[in-house]
Design a protein around this ligand. Structure first.
Ligand SMILES: [Fe+2]
Length: 296
């Protein structure tokens, strides 16, 4: 049995004091939004409790799907790197970037530069998609993080990344690995999130329908969610996780993370998802729900 933990969107606090020169354009609105609203939502003490509970489960590996930082200030990246190091070693933690990690054009490549060891494939390259084999798992990391204009939080994979994804999925199927696709944005967005959607989500769904995967995990919406996509042989579970730092009560689910118990039962995979998170009163980290995604 392999135990995979997944968390996302820690939006690390406190936000360092920006330099005036950094507060042009989109960062200015993002900074005001943080000061007025988000600093009350994403709390370092909440995140610390979630990480303590996650580590107590002794997962074999940890996946993190982005939005470590908030407005991509230069000073946010070392702070986030220290948080990653405390979470685990680059061999034990796999990261993909979120839209807040590439918030403005000047910061487009910062996540890969600063946190590249956590996004490095087994071949040593920091390119997307990257592939890491861990136990029976193939962890396949995608980047949907692209800079966008103010008030937009869309993501994009692009045709080259999608073409390479198809190849990686086929190769890992041949190796009979349990394929886990890591992406920040959900492949399919809910109504009302048009300006926060993955713009080539339909193209990603088409690749998954044709080449298959055993699981997709994502963040971005700060909500617990489960969607089943069409696959070549069976449905593909696509699981969203809340932010790992959101204090209740808020407009989203309270802070949480997911565990996946994955085992090869001889005649197919068994995958059980266990959602853990803050209780509604915020006093305890508890099991929220348990769902068998694959097998019996
Ligand atoms: Fe986020």
């Amino acid at each position: 049995m392999f135990l995979l933990a997944h968390l996302s969107d820690p939006h690390l606090a406190p936000l360092p004091q920006p330099r005036w020169s950094e507060l042009a354009g989109k960062r200015a609105t993002g900074y005001l939004n943080w000061q007025r609203k988000r600093r009350l939502i994403h709390r370092a003490d909440v995140l610390a409790r979630i990480v303590v509970d996650l580590k107590a489960q002794a997962p074999d590996h940890i996946a993190a799907t982005g939005d470590l930082v908030n407005i991509s200030l230069a000073s946010e990246y070392p702070q986030a790197h220290a948080w990653l190091e405390a979470l685990g070693s680059p061999g034990d933690v796999t990261l993909v970037p979120g839209n807040h990690d590439a918030y403005v054009r000047v910061a487009a490549g910062c996540a890969q530069e600063r946190w590249g060891d956590y996004m490095r494939g087994d071949d040593g390259a920091v390119e997307f998609p990257f592939l890491r084999r861990r136990g029976p798992l193939a962890l396949i990391g995608l980047s949907s993080a692209v800079p966008t204009p103010p008030f937009m939080a869309t993501g994009r994979l692009g045709t080259e990344q999608l073409a390479r994804l198809a190849e990686v999925l086929d190769r890992c199927a041949d190796e009979r690995l349990f394929r886990v696709v890591l992406i920040h944005h959900p492949p399919v967005s809910k109504r009302g999130r048009h300006f926060k959607r993955l713009v080539d989500g339909a193209e990603l769904c088409a690749v998954l329908a044709r080449h298959g995967t055993e699981l997709v995990v994502h963040g971005h919406d700060h909500e617990r969610s489960l969607v089943q996509l069409d696959g070549p042989k069976r449905r593909i579970p696509v699981v969203g996780v809340p932010s790992a730092s959101e204090a209740p009560p808020g407009e989203h689910d309270p802070a949480g993370y997911n565990l996946y118990r994955i085992a090869d039962g001889g005649n197919g995979w068994r995958c059980e998802a266990i959602a853990r998170g803050l209780s509604p009163d915020g006093n305890d980290v508890i099991e929220i729900e348990r769902t068998v995604l694959t097998g019996h």
